[in-house]
Design a protein around this ligand. Structure first.
Ligand SMILES: C[S@@+](CC[C@H](N)C(=O)[O-])C[C@H]1O[C@@H](n2cnc3c(N)ncnc32)[C@H](O)[C@@H]1O
Length: 415
C-alpha cells in the first residue's frame, strides 16, 4: 500500500478550475477500492460512460455495477484501456500500475487524477459538495484543507449563515415547512434553508422556538395562535395570513411542528394557497409520532414483535360521534398504537381498547415534550394509564405509545 501524498506542493502548479460535462463520454477508473467508492457517485451523477477496471471491488462498488451505473471490467489494467477516453482516475494500491496508467494518459492526452500522488497527476479532484443547485468545489492542494473548507461552505449554505447578499433564491410564495418534534437540530436541511430565506414566518406553538432566534432582524414572525380571527375560523385566518403576505410579494414560511401533513392541517393550507394561485413548496418534517417515542427509547416497530404501527389522533375521544377512528379495529390489531393529542382522553381511549380486546396489561409509555430539554417519560399499562397520567400530572404535548415495543429496549434505556 502506498502512502497517499496528502500535501502536494502547489508551487508552480496553479490548477485551472473547470466543470467537466462528462455525460455520455468515456471515463475510466482504474482500481475498485475505497477511493473509487468515494469518487464514483459523482461520476455516475455526471452521466459519464463509466468504465471501472479492477480485478476486485468493494461490495458498494459491486452494487453500482450490478445496478448498471457503470461497466465493470473484472481484470487488471491493460495498455490501451484509455483509448477514446476523456478523463481517467487512477486509484489502485499498486504504484507501478498507477504509474503505467498515468504514462498512457500522458501519451493519449487524457487528463488523469491520481489518488496516490497528486504531484504526478494532471488533474486534481476538488473537494466538492452540492446545495440547492450550486456545486461547491474547493482545491487547495491539501485534500484535508479542501474538505474542511468545502464543509464550512456547504454547511453555511445549508443553514443560511452563508448567503449571497444580492441574490434571492425565492420569489413570492409559501413554503409549508415541517419543523420536527422540538429539538432545533431535527428540522431538515431543506427546511432550515428555506427558513433562512423567509421574509415572513408564520409559526405554531409546537414548532421549534429556538429556530426563530436565528432569524435576521428584518424577518416578520407571526405567531399563528395569536392571529385575530374575528368572524373567521382560526384556520381560515391563518390561511388568509399566508395568502395575503405572499400576494404582497413576500416569501412566507409556515413553520409547523413535526410533519405538515400529520395532524398538521398542512393540506388545508396548501389548498388555500393553490386556490389563490400561489406557488407552494412542502417540506416534510420528522413527525413526533415516530421521533418522540424513539427519543424516549421506544422503537415503533421491532422485528419479530410488530409488523405495523398506527398513528391515531385522540383529539376527539372514542365516545364522540365526530371520531373517525375505528377503535375496535385498532384494538384488534396486534401492532403498536401511537396516540397524539390524547392526554385528555386517555382514560376513555384505554377503556375502549381493553373493551375491544387489548389486554389491560399492555405496556404504555407517555412521552411529554419529547426531544426537548423538558422531555419526560412515564410508564403505565392500559389498565393503569388514566390514573398514572393524573397522578404524574402529565400535560400535553405528549405522545402515548401502546404495545410491547414500549419495553423492548428497556435493558439499554432504563435509568
Ligand atoms: C396537532 S398535532 C401535530 C403533530 C405534528 N404535525 C407531527 O407530525 O408531529 C400535535 C400533537 O403532536 C404531539 N407532539 C408534537 N410534538 C411533540 C413533542 N415534542 N413531544 C410530545 N408530543 C408531541 C402531541 O401529541 C401533540 O398534541
Amino acid at each position: 500500500m502506498t502512502a497517499p501524498t496528502p500535501h502536494p506542493s502547489t508551487e508552480g502548479r496553479t490548477p485551472y478550475p473547470v466543470g467537466l460535462l462528462l455525460a455520455g463520454r468515456r471515463v475510466v477508473v482504474v482500481g475498485g477500492g475505497q477511493v473509487a467508492q468515494r469518487r464514483l457517485p459523482a461520476l455516475i451523477a455526471s452521466g459519464a460512460d463509466l468504465h471501472l477496471i479492477s480485478p476486485t471491488t468493494t461490495p458498494a462498488v459491486q452494487a453500482m455495477a450490478d445496478a448498471g451505473e457503470l461497466t465493470w471490467h473484472a481484470r487488471p489494467y491493460r495498455d490501451g484501456d484509455l483509448a477514446g477516453t476523456w478523463y481517467a482516475l487512477v486509484a489502485t494500491d499498486d504504484p507501478v500500475v498507477n504509474e503505467t496508467v498515468s504514462a498512457e494518459a500522458e501519451r493519449e492526452r487524457v487528463f488523469c487524477s491520481r489518488s496516490d500522488d497528486a504531484a504526478a497527476a494532471t488533474a486534481w479532484t476538488p473537494a466538492s459538495g452540492r446545495d440547492a443547485g450550486a456545486t461547491v468545489a474547493v482545491l487547495t492542494g491539501d485534500p484535508r484543507h479542501s474538505a474542511a473548507l468545502r464543509d464550512a461552505i456547504v454547511d453555511g449554505l445549508r443553514d443560511g449563515s452563508l448567503a449571497a447578499r444580492q441574490y434571492r433564491s425565492h420569489g413570492a410564495g409559501v413554503a409549508l415547512v415541517g419543523g420536527g418534534p422540538g429539538d432545533p437540530d431535527l428540522i431538515t436541511v431543506r427546511g432550515r434553508r428555506l427558513l433562512a430565506d423567509a421574509d415572513v414566518v408564520v409559526t405554531d406553538r409546537l414548532a421549534p422556538r429556538e429556530l426563530l432566534a436565528e432569524l435576521p432582524e428584518h424577518v416578520e414572525v407571526i405567531d399563528a395562535s395569536k392571529i385575530p380571527y374575528g368572524r373567521f375560523m382560526a384556520q381560515e385566518a391563518i390561511n388568509r395570513t399566508l395568502v395575503e403576505h405572499a400576494k404582497a410579494g413576500k416569501f412566507v414560511v409556515r413553520l409547523k411542528g413535526g410533519d405538515p401533513y400529520v395532524f398538521g392541517r398542512g393540506g388545508e393550507e396548501l389548498l388555500a394557497c393553490a386556490e389563490a394561485g400561489l406557488p407552494v413548496t412542502v417540506v416534510p418534517g420528522i413527525s413526533s409520532s415516530i421521533s418522540v417515542p424513539a427519543a424516549a427509547g421506544v422503537p415503533v416497530t421491532h422485528r419479530g414483535m410488530t409488523h405495523e404501527f398506527t398513528v391515531i389522533s385522540g383529539h376527539v375521544g372514542p365516545d364522540d360521534e365526530r371520531s373517525l377512528t375505528n377503535w375496535e379495529a385498532a384494538a384488534k390489531m396486534s401492532g403498536t398504537l401511537v396516540l397524539l393529542m390524547a392526554v385528555d382522553k386517555i382514560g376513555a381511549i384505554a377503556a375502549r381498547l381493553v373493551e375491544y380486546g387489548r389486554s389491560a396489561d399492555t405496556p404504555v409509555a407517555i412521552v411529554q415534550e419529547g426531544t426537548t430539554a423538558a422531555q419526560r417519560r412515564v410508564d403505565a399499562t392500559l389498565g393503569t394509564v388514566a390514573a398514572v397520567v393524573e397522578a404524574e400530572g402529565v400535560k400535553p404535548p405528549a405522545v402515548i405509545v401502546v404495545g410491547d415495543v414500549v419495553n423492548v429496549l428497556a435493558a439499554a434505556f432504563r435509568k
